[in-house]
Design a protein around this ligand. Structure first.
Ligand SMILES: Cc1cc2nc3c(=O)[nH]c(=O)nc-3n(C[C@H](O)[C@H](O)[C@H](O)COP(=O)(O)OP(=O)(O)OC[C@H]3O[C@@H](n4cnc5c(N)ncnc54)[C@H](O)[C@@H]3O)c2cc1C
Length: 471
């Protein structure tokens, strides 16, 4: 006998589990089908959480390596990382958080159906393995997420040529690591393994690192990476990668058209992620697709009434849809509220913060200087370096800057781009500023406590008006 629910969610990542909780809060009966043995999806199991845990280990090692500067005496010997303990701690954090979602499901009386789901006709979801059954649903939310993908010239063997799924579990620190791709995932692993002791080379097809960021941020990161001993090859295309028992041979075409050969222990492919829809039966159910992604409107309705989709698996058909945990969660909330009959509004994708936890870290929101110019704004910018701030000097973290991009005519803040200490936290103020259509003047008039890193945001606003106080 089939079980009936108001809402059946397929996938318990940050999109799916948040949509389920919100729908339950609004009085709906909810089931979530998840094929993994734990809840939380990419973010909790392979993504945000384990990578940031590794980055905290890298940060701890950095502080210990600089012990003498802090006046801390360490018994003789070079501090090194113990990967066994790293994984024990990381796995404990991941386990605790996934269990936390199980608790939330119980609290909200959400049924967790363990297995792989397939659309099986209007309002019907079939669980084809695990806890096999048929579920009837008034509304279905597809939140099946994404998985790593490679480039045509490189095939992943999961041993020597790996993805982020394996990079979070490496038992030993590789002596040499080549990273293909300098998006958030690529530069985060570059920071982690360089600090752990690997020789790291990062290869990027585009002419600069972190290509989605403001150009000034890319330049600052490249400067810092080079200082840390990371080899940066931009404008370079990997044409071949062959793995053997002893390592990987990589061939790449450099900007001058020459072939460069690189040997490494491990090649990490970080060239992006593709949608997970295999076996889902979406096309058979009549759901419109685009390049493998599920096509949705601005309130996440697919082409089939009663079926919505959110998160990494979707395209809005208007450029690149950001594959970020907080985006999937917000889409989940909007979808659950729409289904429950609440008034909802489309998300403004210009206001999505991007946080990249490399060292130095990056936080950004809104238009880059180049994008603002492309959209025809008469642009003014204000830049303030962290190096001038007392708080940053105390922390020994004085690289980077805050850059504000604003419209000269109305003084509106269009974008804020920062690289340096605590940028992934400081960006929250900028997100609110954009949401409230704040002017530069209002940021100047906002009191920033002293001594804090946030003073850099206030000072960048002053700089946008040509008058930074401490510069
Ligand atoms: C290394 C790495 C680091 C990252 N760091 C960050 C970060 O710092 N900040 C950030 O915002 N984002 C980060 N991301 C991106 C973030 O993890 C994703 O954007 C987010 O997890 C997407 O959520 P989702 O719910 O759409 O999909 P997912 O989290 O991928 O969840 C989909 C779920 O659906 C399940 N599923 C799929 N098909 C079926 C089926 N047919 N039946 C049942 N279950 C199914 C899967 O098992 C999975 O659990 C990172 C990603 C990676 C890989």
């Amino acid at each position: 006998m089939s079980k009936s629910f108001d809402v059946v969610v397929i996938g318990a990542g940050t999109g799916g589990y948040v949509a389920a909780i919100r729908a339950s809060q609004l009085g709906k009966t909810v089931a979530v089908v998840e094929k993994q043995s734990a809840l939380g999806g990419t973010c909790l199991i392979w993504g945000c959480i384990p990578t940031k845990a590794l980055l905290e280990h890298a940060h701890a090692l950095k502080v210990i390596q600089q012990a003498s500067e802090w006046g801390v005496t360490i018994p003789s010997g070079t501090p090194t990382i113990n990967m066994t303990q790293v994984h024990v701690r990381k796995d404990k954090i991941v386990g605790g958080l996934t269990k936390g979602i199980e608790f939330l499901f119980k609290k909200h009386k959400i049924a967790w159906v363990k297995g792989t789901a397939r659309l099986a006709g209007p309002g019907t979801v079939e669980v084809v393995d695990g806890d096999k059954q048929t579920l009837e649903a008034k509304e279905i939310i597809i939140a099946t997420g994404s998985a790593p993908r490679s480039v045509p010239s490189v095939s992943i063997d999961h041993t020597r040529i790996i993805t982020s799924d394996e990079a979070i579990h490496l038992k030993d620190v590789p002596a040499s690591l080549v990273i293909l791709g300098s998006g958030a995932v690529g530069v985060e692993f570059a920071s982690i393994y360089r600090r752990f002791g690997s020789e790291v080379t990062i290869i990027e097809l585009v002419q600069r690192l972190v290509p989605v960021e403001d150009e000034a941020v890319s330049a600052e990161l490249e400067k810092s990476f080079k200082k840390q001993g990371i080899t940066v090859l931009t404008g370079t295309k990997v044409t071949k990668a062959t793995s053997s028992a002893s390592g990987v041979s990589i061939e790449a075409e450099t900007p001058d058209g020459k072939t460069k050969k690189i040997a490494a222990d491990i090649l990490l492919v970080a060239t992006g992620r593709g949608p997970v829809t295999t076996g889902l039966g979406a096309e058979e159910a009549g759901v419109a697709m685009e390049r493998g992604y599920i096509k949705v409107d601005d309130l996440y309705r697919t082409s089939v009434p009663g079926i919505s989709a959110i998160g990494d698996v979707i395209t809005l058909g208007t450029g690149v849809h950001p594959q970020l945990a907080h985006v999937s969660s917000m889409e989940g909330v909007i979808t659950a509220e729409r289904i429950a009959g609440k008034h909802v509004q489309p998300l403004n994708y210009d206001h999505v913060p991007g946080c990249t936890y490399c060292d130095p870290e990056i936080g950004s929101v809104g238009l880059t200087e180049a994008q603002a110019k492309e959209r025809g704004y008469d642009v003014t910018i204000g830049v303030f370096p962290f190096g001038v701030l007392g708080r940053a000097r105390m922390a020994g973290e004085s690289e980077g800057f805050v850059k504000i991009v604003a419209d000269k005519k109305y003084d509106e803040v269009l974008g804020v781009h920062m690289i340096g200490p605590r940028s992934t936290e400081l960006v929250a103020e900028a997100v609110l500023a954009l949401r409230l259509e704040c002017t530069v003047e209002e940021l100047i008039k906002t009191i920033h406590a002293h001594p804090t890193f946030s003073e850099a945001v206030g000072e960048a606003a002053h700089a946008a008006h040509g008058a930074a106080i401490h510069m």
